[in-house]
Design a protein around this ligand. Structure first.
Ligand code: FAD
Ligand code: UDP
Length: 382
């Protein structure tokens, strides 16, 4: 009775389900093991403050196509994310930029380094810390050692359990040193949050007579993947429609080559009887405490309540069945392990793997939406 079965109701699954129903007129079953749609982007109210249940989610993209597509399901509130880091007793702007340098260094030293940065890289350039570390000039080396030590080393140790050199360079390059006075965390062309929050976006995407959503249902209970035959059974009958799988790829194959490692988080929310707690939405604590950052949601979704809600993120190793697999861990070895699963996945001609877990990629929301739209066009549009 269904043409498509989509496993997971995060952005990857919801985009495909929406496109299959609206563009192709297909009947779609969405199977989601959590009790809600939206995956890790899910938000809900605590004490009248809209909070992101699985950590702060800030939408930013340079893709007009992605922004236009999502705009069908929401109006936006313009929002530019600002982050401070607590360093040497001060709260200074992150990404580390010229303002951060003037706040932390004596004026004459900051001036000397600024001149050198401008002549070497030019205003507006963004330099990953691991690139800056290759500088031999004594002042630039002083800068890179400082930034490495005070911003990246201990934060990365908390977040990933390793040093910045032991993970893929793209990870720390997400927050490059910025040769500018722009204190925004992102510089993308489109930056905003959905006016009524992310959960409402998903409700609109999945609100279609052709889409049935089953919550609280692990796909294991409905689907059986026969690896020998390369066939999938839905309620014990061979299913010849399309299957879109957005869960962990290693779990689907019973971890036959071993577990793909993830990092997880303990997310600790606190409601406070005061109208505000900190100056910016997020404050990072690279060198202090066991949590990496505190986010105060009223900055993201303003409300005029007397209470405020904050979130502390405590990173930890992901343990199967206990934790949520939030971050794939990028090392060459893990990439090679993923490639084995990817090859195995080709046994199933009618199963498509999309999303952060299924592709073991550090996708942001816009990346996932783009990827799902591309997969739809390339593999499902008929
Ligand atoms: P998910 O959202 O994980 O959805 C997958 C869904 O599949 C889940 O709901 C899961 O329950 C379900 N599922 C898995 N296995 C099964 C199964 N066997 N049966 C049934 N259902 C199953 N991106 C940004 O752009 N900006 C940000 O500021 C940002 N902040 C983030 C902060 C944190 C702490 C984290 C963890 C991520 C952040 N992201 C951010 C990334 C964003 O969350 C992802 O890009 C996006 O959620 C990926 O969507 P997805 O559909 O691939 O995965
Ligand atoms: N990072 C850091 N110090 C900071 C901010 C980021 O060391 O103050 C590093 C850390 O390794 C982190 C990565 O940069 O995991 C990417 O940061 P981002 O804020 O993009 O992480 P996310 O929001 O995805 O958790």
């Amino acid at each position: 009775m269904f043409d498509f079965v989509v496993i997971g109701a995060g952005f990857a699954g919801s985009v495909i389900a929406e496109r299959a129903a609206n563009v192709l007129g297909k009947k779609v079953l969405v199977v989601e093991k959590r009790e809600h749609i939206g995956g890790n982007c899910y938000d809900e109210k605590i004490s009248d403050v809209l909070v992101h249940r699985y950590g702060p989610h800030l939408f930013h993209t340079n893709s007009k196509a992605v922004f236009d597509y999502l705009s069908r399901f929401t109006e936006w509130e313009l929002y530019h994310h600002k982050v401070l880091a607590f360093v040497d007793g001060q709260k200074v702007p992150i990404p580390f930029n010229l303002n951060t340098m003037y706040a932390l260094f004596p004026f004459s030293l900051a001036k000397t380094i600024e001149k050198k940065l401008l002549s070497k890289y030019g205003y507006g350039e963004k330099v990953p810390i691991l690139t800056l570390r290759k500088e031999s000039d004594k002042d630039l080396k002083f800068l890179s050692d400082f930034v490495y030590e005070k911003i990246f080393k201990h934060y990365t140790a908390k977040q990933w359990g390793v040093s910045p050199e032991e993970i893929a360079p793209e990870v720390t390059a997400r927050v490059p040193v910025s040769i500018s006075k722009d204190d925004r965390y992102f510089t993308d062309r489109y930056q905003a949050v959905p006016k009524e929050g992310y959960s409402k976006v998903f409700e609109k995407m999945l609100d279609h007579p052709n889409i049935e959503v089953m919550l609280g249902t692990d796909c294991d209970t409905l689907l059986r993947f026969d690896f020998g035959e390369g066939k999938v059974y839905l309620n014990d009958k061979v299913f010849n429609g399309k299957i879109v799988y957005t869960g962990m790829i290693d779990a689907l194959f019973d971890f036959k080559f071993g577990h793909l490692p993830y990092r997880s988080l303990d997310l600790v929310f606190e409601t406070m009887n005061k109208s505000s707690f900190q100056k910016t939405a997020t404050v990072n604590y690279p060198n202090d405490y066991d949590f990496t950052r505190i986010t105060e949601f009223k900055h993201i979704h303003p409300t005029s309540t007397d209470t405020t809600v904050i979130l502390k993120e405590y990173p930890k190793t992901y343990i199967a069945k206990r934790d949520i697999p939030f971050y794939p861990v990028f090392t060459q070895q893990n990439h090679e392990l993923y490639e084995k699963y990817k090859k195995e996945a080709q046994r199933f001609a009618n199963v498509i793997f999309v999303g952060r877990l299924a592709e073991y990629r550090y996708y942001d929301m816009d990346d996932v939406v783009k990827r799902a739209l591309d997969v739809f066009e390339e593999k499902l549009y008929e």
